[in-house]
Design a protein around this ligand. Structure first.
Ligand SMILES: Nc1ncnc2c1ncn2[C@@H]1O[C@H](COP(=O)(O)OP(=O)(O)OP(=O)(O)O)[C@@H](O)[C@H]1O
Length: 250
């Protein structure tokens, strides 16, 4: 049996309409998806709540592929208060440009290596990475039973292979959005994907590094004088329910 192995981080360009995750396959549908949709709607990112369409790829391959692919979304949104406060001085073209820039989301894929079980079962790594293109090599059989491989290319804003360090993941994903938070812009980062696809591995180092950078920015004189406040929440969404991890999971 062939396995693919990738963690995906997604950045989507709202203004671009179609976004940057071309050919991305559908993610599983369950209560978690419903929560995700509601959460996306609450953050104003409802345009991401639509199921992604899959093209070309053998649907029978998808369970294996999705098992090792998760999507990390990084979104930045200009606060509406800030936009309306300044819009009266902008001309029509500037307003239109600003509206188009309200939500910017990028999609990044992080491929994980085959795990011990997959290696011991002699499974093939059917995912290759080249720049921002992830290719799935789908094994197929002709009618005369000759084996051949069909390639499916998936283009993302960035694709990180299994050799990329956690530092590099942070540098490509979260680090660029830290400064924009100090320009009254909301930033969101989350991973999405099936169990075992590497969400925790990819995400776990990010909050600590982000907190260090946030505090470093807060201490800069230009921001220190603006009396920014830092708030921390820690929630878990599980089985359609929301748990506050800083309050005994209530
Ligand atoms: N890029 C990577 N390099 C090396 N090992 C990885 C990588 N990504 C994931 N792994 C390993 O794969 C296993 C599964 O990863 P992880 O626990 O992050 O998946 P998950 O998507 O969070 O799963 P779940 O949804 O079940 O919590 C772990 O043992 C993890 O250490």
């Amino acid at each position: 049996m062939q396995q693919s192995n990738a963690t995906a981080t997604a950045f989507y360009d709202h203004a671009g309409g179609g976004g940057s995750f071309n050919n991305a396959g559908p993610a599983g549908g369950d209560a978690g998806d419903a929560v995700m949709v509601r959460w996306l709607q609450s953050t104003g990112l409802q345009h991401l709540a639509f199921p992604l369409t899959s093209t070309g790829i053998d649907q029978r391959l998808l369970p294996n592929l999705l098992m090792q692919v998760n999507v990390l979304l990084i979104a930045k949104e200009q606060s509406s208060a800030d936009a309306s406060a300044s819009s009266f001085i902008a001309n029509e073209k500037e307003i239109s440009t600003r509206e188009n820039n309200v939500a910017k989301i990028k999609v990044m894929v992080h491929k994980r290596p085959l795990n011990k079980k997959e290696i011991s079962q002699k499974e093939d790594d059917i995912v290759t990475v080249d720049e921002n293109v992830l290719t799935v090599h789908e094994p197929k059989l002709k009618v005369d039973l000759t084996a051949y491989v069909e390639k499916h290319e998936f283009c993302f804003d960035a694709v990180l292979d299994e050799h990329v360090t956690n530092d590099e993941v942070y540098r490509v994903t979260v680090e660029p959005i830290i400064p924009i938070i100090f320009q009254r812009t909301k930033a969101t980062c989350f991973a999405y994907g099936q169990t075992g696809s590497g969400k925790t591995f990819t995400m776990q180092p990010l909050p600590l590094r982000a907190a260090q950078d946030l505090i470093r920015f807060l201490h800069q004189p230009v921001y220190h004088s603006q009396r920014f406040k830092l708030w921390l929440s820690y929630f878990e969404i599980y089985d359609g329910k929301l748990f506050d991890l800083l309050s005994d999971r209530k």
